[in-house]
Design a protein around this ligand. Structure first.
Ligand code: NAD
Ligand code: WQD
Length: 340
């Protein structure tokens, strides 16, 4: 593929790591992002990693005119579509904003792609579409449901992509259901920089390690899991990034792929705290508090389809996820505002 790939949401956490993975594979990219949840300073970090995009466009996926201009300027080989809002709690408070941004935005992007005859897309879905799974590990054929407006937007976008493929089989579509991406680029130059109080476990732990927060609250130790704390399938963001390159390559002909991206291995909150402390030599003060509403006991991928269809599997272990997350946080106490 010598034509560029458009990466929406490319200055975000997963998008920026994917830009690096594509650059390393010699694949040119253009980034489109409205910077509502990321910093333009990511671009300086990408430059340091020799992964500068051909172009960075600050625009919104809901802006049809901006998309048409971009699709006229470049003949894209395809689109990796990360752009979206992702905070579950916020989506409960602001469902219309989430539906508008994530669903209308995605439909708008698909229409612009169709007009420009670019019919190859890799879409960021989430394990959240499995709701509270009946059993783990979860195969792609498991029942789908939404337990919050954010999850609903992912399900609605997946449905739109399935309808689109049924109506026009020229489309090449990969729906990637991520489990829990954590870690950071091994250089310490890229990582996750949430605004305000982190919702997710790993960024909370790294802020506690840094002393920015006093202690971690473990949300429940009375789950039906080996140590009572919640079990998840954490994968390194660089492995996840590589999964996008694998998906692009697998879309070498019209098809619709739906694939879990995870390790298949369960890690409890307590395991994560203990591993982080051991690997990095930094204690993580913590206390157990009641369960967080909406949380499930366990969520684990059956990763076999990814191996079979994409020839992709994770390579980096939990120790590496903890080491890289801490390198990123300790090198960048102010996130991307930390001077280079
Ligand atoms: P992120 O917030 O770091 O990146 C998303 C990017 O999209 C941001 O840079 C943001 O500015 C941009 N964006 C949002 N709305 C936009 C719009 N209307 N127009 C243009 N740009 C817009 O999030 P992330 O963790 O990198 O997640 C990327 C994608 O993967 C999202 O779609 C998310 O829902 C999905 N996902 C994330 C996780 C996770 O745990 N991080 C898990 C499963 C799925
Ligand atoms: C992991 C575990 C918590 C914070 C969320 C979204 C999901 C997906 C990934 C986008 C759970 C526990 C957490 C804390 C804790 N995102 N925890 N104390 O809930 O699996 O998934 O992010 O698609 O849609 O729901 O991830 O990192 O929030 O939590 O004890 O301060 O850590 O209870 O067991 P989750 P998480």
């Amino acid at each position: 593929m010598t034509h560029p790939i458009l990466i929406t949401g490319g200055t975000g956490f997963i998008g920026s790591h994917t830009v690096v993975a594509l650059a390393e594979a010699g694949q040119p990219v253009v980034i489109l992002d409205n910077l509502c949840n990321s910093s333009a300073k990511v671009l300086d970090r990408l430059a340091r990693l020799n992964a500068s995009p051909i172009e960075f466009v600050q625009a919104d996926i809901r802006d049809s005119a901006a998309l048409d201009t971009l699709f006229a300027r470049y003949q894209f080989a395809g689109v990796i579509h990360f752009a979206g809002l992702k905070a579950v709690g916020e989506s409960v408070a602001q469902p219309l904003r989430y539906l508008e941004n994530n669903v209308s935005g995605t439909l708008n992007l698909l229409q612009a792609m169709d007009r420009a005859n670019v019919r190859r897309i890799v879409f960021s879905s989430s394990a959240t579409v499995y709701g509270d799974p009946v059993s783990v590990p979860i195969p792609e054929t498991a029942a789908l449901t939404a337990t919050n407006p954010y999850g609903r937007t992912k399900l609605m976008c997946e449905d739109a992509l399935r309808e689109l493929h049924a109506a026009d089989p020229r489309w090449r579509i990969a729906i990637l259901r991520y489990f829990n991406p954590v870690g950071a680029h091994e250089s310490g130059l890229l990582g996750e920089a949430p605004n305000g109080i982190p919702n997710n476990l790993m960024p909370y732990i790294t802020q506690v390690a840094l002393g920015q927060r006093a202690h971690l609250q473990i949300f429940g130790n009375d789950y039906d899991t080996p140590d009572g704390t919640g079990v998840r399938d954490y994968l390194h963001v660089s492995d996840l990034a590589a999964g996008h390159l694998a998906a692009l390559r697998a879309l070498n002909e019209p098809k619709l792929l739906t694939v879990n991206l995870g390790t298949g291995r369960g890690v409890s909150v307590q395991d994560m705290v203990d591993t982080f402390a051991r690997v990095n030599g930094v204690p993580i003060p913590h206390q157990v508090v009641p369960r967080r509403p909406g949380d499930v006991a366990q969520c684990l991928a059956d990763p076999r389809q990814a191996k079979a269809l994409l020839n992709w599997e994770t390579l980096l272990d939990l120790d590496r996820m903890c080491a890289d997350a801490w390198r990123w946080q300790s090198m960048n106490p102010q996130g991307f505002d930390t001077p280079l």
